[in-house]
Design a protein around this ligand. Sequence first.
Ligand SMILES: CC(C)(COP(=O)(O)OP(=O)(O)OC[C@H]1O[C@@H](n2cnc3c(N)ncnc32)[C@H](O)[C@@H]1OP(=O)(O)O)[C@@H](O)C(=O)NCCC(=O)NCCS
Length: 172
Amino acid sequence: MNIQIRPEYKNDISAISMINDMAFGQENEGNLIIKLRKNRNFIKDLSLVACMGNEIIGHILFSKIIIKNGNEEFESLALAPMSVIPELQGLGIGSELIKKGLQKATKLGYESVIVLGHENYYPKFKFTPASQFQITCPFEVPDANFMALELEKGSLKNVYGCVEYPKEFNDV
Ligand SMILES: CC(C)(COP(=O)(O)OP(=O)(O)OC[C@H]1O[C@@H](n2cnc3c(N)ncnc32)[C@H](O)[C@@H]1OP(=O)(O)O)[C@@H](O)C(=O)NCCC(=O)NCCS
């Protein structure tokens, strides 16, 4: 399988929504991405698509978030959402999107990533429960599903607080 992973282009926008609608079986995530594009936390270089020839078959997005404790704020990234078209799931495309995304985020100088997701999947990429750091989720979730990753070793050592997602996430 010849898969290319690259940042989104302007004319990928409707395909990205469609892939999310197909993968999630609902329109919430596709609509979330449309709204996030207008938010200052959107990072165009970290909205990556997986392509097979000219066809887009997967997508991953990392957005800027803040980990907040009173007046103290620490910048981080949220990985969400990600999607691969149903017919091609389970073939490693999602893993490639994550690996490329983490590499690119590191290159861009980001130091950590937070994800709310499946407890058996993200640990493959060295995510661990955020509770192992001093980072909490703004809503109630099982400990194992709320995870963090240091892109730079030790970067979360002195980071503590609650994650503040862009307000667009509230509607999902
Ligand atoms: C999550 C997703 C993007 C992973 O892409 P993918 O190309 O299928 O992923 P990979 O082939 O790299 O890895 C598949 C593995 O992840 C597991 N997995 C990933 N996400 C999972 C989830 N939400 N629930 C259960 N298992 C999941 C699969 O069971 C499989 O496990 P295995 O390798 O032990 O067999 C894809 O499955 C998808 O679009 N799912 C629907 C949307 C979704 O749930 N997105 C994640 C939340 S933002």
